[in-house]
Design a binder for this molecule. Sequence first.
Ligand code: SF4
Ligand code: SF4
Length: 471
Amino acid sequence: MSEQIPVQDVTPPRPKPAETVELYAAREKIYTRAFTGLFRNLRIVGGAFLFLLYFGTVWLDWNGRQAVWWDLPERKFFIFGATFWPQDFVLLSALLIIAAFGLFFITVFAGRVWCGYTCPQSVWTWIFMWCEKVTEGDRNQRMKLDKAPMSGPKLLRKSAKHTLWLLISLATGLTFVGYFYPIRDLVVQIATFQADELALFWIGFFTLATYGNAGWLREQVCVYMCPYSRFQSVMFDKDTLIVSYDPRRGEKRGPRKKGIDYKAQGLGDCIDCTMCVQVCPTGIDIRDGLQIECIGCAACIDACDTIMDKMNYPRGLISYTTEHNLSGQKTQLVRPRLIGYAIALLAMISVLGYAIATRSLVELDVSKDRVLYRENEQGRIENVYTVKLVNKAQRDLTFVIQAEGLEGLVYEGRREVHTSAGEVLSVPVELSIEPEKMPSSTNTITFRVESPDDPSIHSDAKSRFIGPSVR
Ligand code: SF4
Ligand code: SF4
């Protein structure tokens, strides 16, 4: 009789096929509900001011010239009565640094107010949302319209919306380019089909960028593309103003009938109406806590305050507050970090103001000829220079050129020159001296230009006078 040997399957179990995890999540379209309230009004006032500033400034004239104009071919920047040259761009860099510090200061103090109220991306998005509401209706109507099959009325509404968006985008692009090409000429050139191709390219570029950013990308620009939104959270501290929901007061959330003793039922002040979510331009629920998507626009405060009013509850379930406040501690508005930023900001503004106020309106540059020196017919030692001066004033000026620093130096060339506003002038100058009067083979001399029209306009430049070795 054969004996059976028990066998056991020891094959290692096969690994399960790897699960594929989808990292990409398609964007869910946000249908923002229209609302009213204090912060919406503030935003309208701020947005209107910026709009007027942006679209209006480019049409202003100053002394017969566009008041704000970057004349790139001539490398000049006109801003009202002042002209800035490439040499002055250090002032522009200082201005940008001050703007950055100003933004840091505001962010430490009041969080993302720049994002919510004044950032062009937000302002243009709110305007595009208003166009959407005018052409396609309120939130529910827009959702219904998007679900409906294409029809004549739907096509009409969608076309009207995109036409409005494109017109605003075109005006934005044209205005932007108008800061670089004189806008009045540009409009005439476009109307007569004579516009520069480069200008047309940039108008098209900025039109499409506005249409894409404010019409289609919207909150994705803030969440995924804006570097400022990424790093500003490191500037926040526990005393920075943030838009926040008060869970101690709001929870436990839930619907209830008006007028009942909801506290007896264990409910908080939040009736879970989701109105704060429906008005949010980035589509988040502020009740989940502070999130990177929150641009601090306070739309949810307005919406929730309206609900609180209707329920006869006190306002402020969602409010501008601080982390210290939320945890029951005292908020310290004036704190060392803020004072540090304020002092740095004030110091930089003072230095910039001083630099602009004392900026010379004449630029002087002296270059010496490559021939070190020569001896003229009278046996004098001669050096040749090119004196380049730039009239940075907004008016014509006369300048007198002098050279000093060596006794017995004789100047040959034009001493008095006339320049028109903004003119760059090169003047050849010869200096000579008797060899025995030269104290050294290389001598430092100073060129000076001064305007007799306004002696406060002057400039100095150092150069060298070279001769043979002195024995
Ligand atoms: S709007 Fe106010 S009450 Fe309504 S869900 Fe939001 S937090 Fe709650
Ligand atoms: S959560 Fe409130 S403050 Fe933040 S983006 Fe949404 S609506 Fe604006």
